[in-house]
Ligand binder design. Sequence first.
Ligand code: ADP
Ligand code: MG
Length: 586
Amino acid sequence: MAIHALPDFLINQIAAGEVVERPASVVKELIENSLDAGAHSISVMIEQGGKRLIRVSDDGPGISRSDLGLALQRHATSKISSIEDLEAVDSLGFRGEALSSIASVSRMNLVSRTADAEHAWQLGIKSGKPGNAEPAAGETGTRVELRDLFYNVPARRKFLRADRTEFSHIDELVKKMALARFDVGFELIHNAKVIRKLPPATSPEQQAERVAKLCGREFLEHALLIEEQRADLSLTGWIAEPRYNRARADRQFFYVNGRIVRDRVIAHAVRQAFHDVLFHGRHPAFVLFLDLPSRAVDVNVHPRKHEVRFRDSRMVHDFLYSSLHRRLADAGVGAGALRPGTGMGIESAQPDVSVFPRQLGMAMGVSEQIAHYAQALSPAGQMPAEPFDGDEVPPLGFALAQLHGVYILAQNTHGLVLVDMHAAHERITYERLKAGMAAEGIRSQALLVPVSVQVSEREADQAEVHADQLRGLGIECDRIGPEEILIRKVPTLLQKADLKTLLMDVLSELTIDGESSRIESEMDAVLSSMACHGSVRANRQLSIPEMNALLRDMERTERSAQCNHGRPTWIQLDLKKLDQLFLRGR
Ligand code: ADP
Ligand code: MG
């Protein structure tokens, strides 16, 4: 076939292949347009999962009659006009291809009215060409209506799923948009039934209400408010304390400058922040908004605009990780009301490094260390164990008894506290071991017999390139052949690890991300298992002062609401709950 230029309509259909994956992607583009136009209220009407009808109406400023045709043209936009604009985009759209692409794969009708117009105008698209604008009924604002999505692209139509599935994607999308813009009202209607109705939420109470509606009341009840600022980075929103977690990653909403995105840097920072407070295989829940100057982030990375690229991804990673990590650490004894407060005579959550012997880097010393700690635990009883008057009750209260050698029962101002003593002790020991490790830095030790590993030539090159960083992580190795590396020195704690896998993992992280947290998490895993073995076992009788000492330690220890494996360490049964159980006051 001879080379020839493609007709516009086909070009649009090709672009639609990227932009329009399914009905929900159409809804996304249309809502973004309404938000960019400054609408206060957006209504989405769907029929048959969006296959039959998608209609998005807004109360924005509308499009003038003369611009209607332009709006439907490819590469026509009112949002940018130069490369400088592109580098500092603050609108959701900017590519000028959504409406033209969507119009090329559906039967579209665009109705719009500006405030000064006497009536609305509508423009239909017939076989790829806009017709003439005709007068229409309608208030100020814009209504984009499209029927029979993919009627002319059978291959795509075949891939659409059941109405219910397509609608659930749309619902999820509307949810994401509604979480991003509390100031805008949203309405979602499916087959003439109102599915969601969300009035604008301006006060903090109304916003919390919207979060509860969209993420569930339980999420809100467990949510920790985040408000962090560093230079021109800001992080706000909510994360659920780890005891509220999910089997799937379906309550994770992350926005960069108001745009919902998926991003590796972000995902990694969040995962690391939740590392070791989350039960294995469970996922954290959060709604987070990262805001930064638009020049610091490139949004022109993907046609559907759900990816971004940070100019300084290391700084973003750092900021996210440290903000979330700190917040989770502070939430040790449960969110909100139960946090150790001032005036209770309890020190701030500083791990006590003094019980950590200097040599703890050595795996040998560890069991002694734990024995040492276990002793530090027993004399205890710095807190009075006798009856107390209301004001002085510490958050976890005072021990009453031990149940079946497993649980501690304690009384605090709210009612009954139940503590899993092994889980709690395990976390305390673990945090101390980690603090000691952090204070001493990574200790490494030469291997008696250096270990030779076979690697690819590329991996061997990387090992040479990253030699300094590896040393910083406690690993020393030499290249002794094109495809052979000799490991001479590793962190003392990791001498028993699978050294080849470890080295490969670290190298690949260094190559891709420029840094590696692999060594740290591997050491944490070792410390965690040492803490587990060194912690009080079930069936050990504890005296009341010992139990109180454990409670006080929990209050002082970061992340103490979960054990190292993410299981809760304590629960509260408040008086109201007990009264309910006994049908009191009915
Ligand atoms: P982009 O959003 O990238 O600019 P679109 O194809 O989505 O490209 O829209 C083209 C143009 O049509 C927009 O730049 C805007 O000027 C106009 N437009 C689209 N939707 C609306 C709306 N709901 N209200 C006002 N103007 C709109
Ligand atoms: Mg757009």
